[in-house]
Design a protein around this ligand. Sequence first.
Ligand code: 0L1
Ligand code: MG
Length: 248
Amino acid sequence: MDLSREAAVLRETIHQARAERRTVRSEDLNVYLGEAYLVQEELGEGRELKGYKLGLLSPNKQAQMGIDSPIYGRVYSDMLLESPVSLGRFIQPRLEPELAVVLDSDVVPRMSPEQARAAVGRVLLGVDFLDSVWEGYRFDISDVVADNASGGGFLLGEEPLSAPFDGLLQLYLDGELLTEGPVEALGDIGERLSWLAREVSGLFEEVEGLEAGQTIFLGSPAAALAARPGTLEVRGPDDSILVAELKE
Ligand code: 0L1
Ligand code: MG
């Protein structure tokens, strides 16, 4: 499908800013949300899709952005990182503690939340390295969706977590607790997955929901925090811990 002139400008703006690793000011192009997702997809052309991320989970943040559901971005193979992580690869990185699921079987549109939940293989700790081309993270909803929901990179924990998935998700840097939030704020995993399967299929005819093997980052219940070098620890349910080194 051809993009409108405004959406094509948005795509080029993001493409250039990412290529030159610099920020840019939002221009109020008034691209509608569906087209912003098309821009997101076009900007990922040629990269290997490994899953999705959910963002803007909190109803307060959604209301500020004029939406009433989360957004999603795409997770490509080059975004799955390992320690040590060099922060120099990003433009203006921020960190969020998250949970992620790896799917054992497909989640097709119209599956019930219970069926979607049954498709979950492993639940893992994760870190979302947000990165945005938009100066100071000032954007409208279409800007941020087109820019892959500020998707920069991700870390995944190694040990699968056991239910119940409750308590806190906490992020420490050099031993200092910097941000945290309740796992409960992530919402029901089955509902999130069945929603996401419907959304990706509704917009892209060639996509039949979510596929076995894909990793879905479920979003964060904690405020994002500017990244800096140091020892990163994420602590979560079941005494789980993910440790990584962040370098300049
Ligand atoms: O992962 C997220 O929840 C962030 C989505 C985009 C909004 C932002 O960059 O803060
Ligand atoms: Mg996130």
